[in-house]
Design a binder for this molecule. Structure first.
Ligand code: DHB
Length: 393
């Protein structure tokens, strides 16, 4: 049995981008349908990054003044860069009068799903989009299969691909599923979650001869840490003792509180921007449009920045029949996308040790880190980018 539904905006993907877009559209009286191939439990339990920019927190607070970001999350007013065995604090408050919040992405998703479902959002789990048709007309549609395997068609005025790096919407926008600019990196991160108290009050980004390590936190008794590894590393290859010895060797000066490691994953590094972000009545946001390497935690924040721009454009198009903003969407969004691409690439290349790095490269890298920490201008650039540029610049 084939079903067909009609809505104004069909949103493929119930990640942070798709859910926030549905909220901003609802606020403007524009109805949408959100579909995701995953189950609600899967969405709420996928481990992702944990840092929210100031602007992201401001938006989440505007959406829900009681957001748990302020009760469960933690405000961080700086980070530490460590190299040559010494730590250097980047003081966000002093430099740019902004902060970031440590609040994991799956918590953001748990909050947003509860909020949207309570508001009566048409949100369908286990629905797999297979393709998007007719984006060059004003009646684009999403062809999908519902949770029971039955065909589902969503007819809309506009289709949004918020469906991640393996986007099904992207080919309808770019012409081919791979159409974009990209760069690969010769390393990845082994991410761990462990049962231990925090080893530091703020995040430590550490460059060492043994490779990069990031000491992050989650809660008083669970911590998140990452260490640079080979892109094809098997996450289960090392024993817990080997992981702790390796991590500890990369953060000289801090004694890590060790505990049972109960989760491991390997995060691939890739920089990607699709050639086209919008075609006719379809647009891409978030990882469907671009991916960044994880250093600096820009992924979710950038997705949300896209959505703010797109929501305003869709409001103008669908409520006022004014196409100027949607015609400028790709250009407007690209400004921030490429700034974030640069920042993520820069943090990555400044802090990691490439497998083929020679003595010159190591010394140059230390020179680069010194020119950041020794200069107020250098620290200010890092603080400004890390906490997130204000909207529209
Ligand atoms: C985390 C992840 C990041 O990529 C980062 O730069 C900082 C923190 C995290 O998961 O805690």
């Amino acid at each position: 049995m084939s079903t067909s539904v009609r809505t104004r905006v069909a949103i493929v993907g119930a990640g942070p981008a798709g859910l926030i877009l549905s909220q901003l559209l609802a606020d403007a009286g524009i109805e949408s349908v959100v579909i995701d191939q995953r189950s609600r439990t899967e969405i709420e339990s996928t481990i992702r990054a944990g840092i929210l920019e100031q602007g992201t927190v401001d938006l989440l607070t505007a959406i829900d003044p009681h957001t748990r970001v302020h009760t469960v999350g933690h405000r961080h007013d700086g980070i530490e860069l460590r190299f040559g065995g010494e730590g250097h604090r980047i003081d966000f408050r002093d430099l740019v009068d902004r902060s970031v919040w440590l609040y994991p992405q799956h918590e953001v998703l748990t909050d947003l799903l509860a909020l949207r479902l309570a508001a009566g959002q048409d949100l369908r789990f286990g629905v797999t989009a297979t393709r998007v048709e007719d984006v060059d007309t004003d009646r684009p549609r999403v062809i999908a299969t519902d949770a029971d395997g039955a065909p589902l068609t969503i007819d809309a005025d506009f289709v949004v691909g918020a469906d991640g790096s393996r986007s099904v919407v992207r080919p309808a926008v770019t012409g081919t599923s791979q159409g974009g600019w990209f760069r690969e990196y010769p390393f990845a991160w082994l991410g761990i979650l462990c049962e231990a108290p925090p080893s530091a009050d703020e995040l430590i980004y550490s460059n060492s001869d043994n490779g990069f390590a990031l000491i992050s936190q989650r809660s008083p008794d669970v911590q998140r840490m990452y260490l640079q590894c080979d892109p094809v590393a098997d996450p289960d290859a090392l024993t817990e003792e080997e992981i702790w010895a390796d991590l500890q060797s990369r953060v000289p000066g801090t004694t890590l509180h060790q505990g049972r490691i109960f989760q491991r994953d390997v995060l691939r590094f890739r920089s990607f921007v699709a050639h086209e972000l919008r075609r006719g009545r379809a647009a891409l946001v978030g990882d469907a449009a671009h991916t960044v390497p994880p250093t600096g935690a820009k992924g979710m924040n950038l997705a949300i920045a896209d959505v703010v721009i797109l929501a305003a454009a869709l409001r103008a198009l669908l409520a006022e029949d004014d196409a100027r903003l949607i015609d400028g969407y790709a250009q407007t969004a690209s400004r921030r996308i490429w700034k974030a691409q640069h920042f993520s690439w820069w943090m990555t290349s400044m802090l990691h040790v490439a497998p083929d790095a020679g003595e010159f490269d190591r010394r140059r890298q230390i020179g680069e880190l010194r020119s950041v920490v020794d200069s107020r201008a250098g620290r200010t650039y890092l603080a400004e980018a890390y906490t997130g540029w204000p909207a529209g610049v």
